[in-house]
Design a protein around this ligand. Structure first.
Ligand code: GLV
Ligand code: MN
Ligand code: MN
Length: 385
């Protein structure tokens, strides 16, 4: 599975899902950044809607559940309401957010961040992929710039069901995760410039190797994680591009990405500052220059007691074992929490919760449990005046 945001594959996937939305009687609109909103009327359409959402874009090595469970689960909520001829007081809207993954354009939760007002439409449109193609050009090419203004009008509540993407629920035998929030995320892109030189003739003292510098930074991050000095820090170097990328030439350039995660904002900030200080040391030691850019940063998000309590009570009513859990992954719900009461339902994944991997898997029972809880919470909130 590979549906990088705003590629032809992503747009083909969206079109298919939108045809299902329309078959379910939903009225589909787009906002200025290509986020989809699909509306089921309530008894009083002047009231703010309850929004259920997630994403259908994927990383390059995806499984089938990350994002799609929440979108298709929302569709199942609507289909069930239709089948049972249930009218809710408030409208219920399904959302599909643009570029949740951040894999293509470098900033995650992009569409929901624009919808919530953290990132402007102009900033988002100007982001480019590794080939220099911009978000704006892709939105225009696919005709995805819609009439709904951003930031959007806040919904009454926002709900999202998602696969956990980690090992905790499965290992503990839990059927539902009551998500308490999302840990902080901070992404850097480092552009390291050295000097191309002959690998057989250039003495060590005359080399300025961009790959050596990139490797030193990578190892330093691992030491920082294992030092325990930054709490529950996680760090990943996911992209490691070098030039000219040939066997007998000292590398003149390396571009690497760094993904830092931490439940605590001050710890992630300290890690980021210490890493950049270490980059200055690497410059001294190897003679390269290192330019850094923060491409994404979201502080920790705390979800709402009202929503957590509703998810927990619903799971208990269904006899589903559950625990509270902080999300290690980023989610669109983290953005929506800035503008309305928000919460998430997690379902366990198999195989240690492996995700961003084709083996990602959640059983039909686990998915149904999660969507049943989502359904009850959505209807409960949609019936509150
Ligand atoms: C989203 O998948 C993330 O990177 O957490
Ligand atoms: Mn996701
Ligand atoms: Mn993901």
């Amino acid at each position: 599975m590979r549906r990088l945001a705003l590629t032809d594959e992503d747009v083909a996937g969206r079109k298919l899902v939108l045809s299902w939305f329309r078959d379910a009687g939903l009225e589909v609109t787009l906002d200025r950044i290509g986020n989809v909103r699909a509306r089921r009327s309530g008894l009083d359409d002047s009231l703010a809607p309850v929004v259920i959402g997630s994403h259908v874009d994927s990383v390059a090595t995806a499984g089938r559940f990350d994002g799609c469970l929440g979108v298709l689960g929302g569709l199942e909520v609507v289909r069930t309401l239709n089948d049972q001829e249930v009218r809710t007081l408030r409208p219920i809207e399904l959302a599909i957010w643009t570029e949740e993954e951040g894999c293509r354009f470098g900033t995650d939760m992009l569409g929901s961040a624009v919808a919530a007002g953290r990132i402007t439409e102009a900033q988002a449109r100007s982001l480019t992929d590794a080939g220099g193609i911009s978000v704006g050009a892709e939105l225009d090419r696919h005709g995805l710039v819609g009439p709904v203004a951003v930031p959007v009008t806040p919904p009454a509540h926002y709900l999202e069901c998602h696969i956990e993407q980690g090992p905790i629920l499965e290992a503990g035998g839990y059927e539902i995760g009551v998500v308490t929030g999302v840990q902080a995320i901070l992404w850097h892109r480092l552009t390291i410039r050295g000097r191309a030189a002959h690998a057989g003739t250039t003495p060590d003292a005359l080399r300025h190797s961009a790959t050596l510098a990139a490797a030193l930074v990578t190892v330093k991050l691992d030491e920082m994680v294992k030092s325990g000095r930054y709490g529950a820090l996680l760090a990943n170097v996911g992209r490691f591009d070098t030039a000219p990328n040939l066997v007998n030439i000292v590398a003149s350039e390396a571009v690497i990405t760094i993904d830092l995660r931490n439940p605590e904002e001050d710890a992630i900030q300290r890690a980021s500052a210490d890493l950049l200080a270490y980059c200055r040391e690497v410059e001294q030691r190897t003679g390269v220059t290192i330019a850094s850019e923060i491409t994404a940063h979201t502080p920790p998000v705390q979800f709402y007691d009202e929503v957590m309590d509703e998810v927990e009570a619903t799971a208990n009513r269904f006899g589903l074992s559950n625990r509270r859990i902080m999300s290690g992954a980023g989610h669109d719900a983290g953005e929506m929490a800035a503008i309305c009461p928000t919460g998430m339902v997690f379902v366990p994944g198999k195989y240690d919760g492996i995700s961003h991997n084709p083996r990602e898997y959640s059983t039909p029972k686990a998915c149904a449990d999660g969507i049943n809880v989502l359904f009850q919470c959505a209807v409960s909130f949609a019936n509150r005046s």
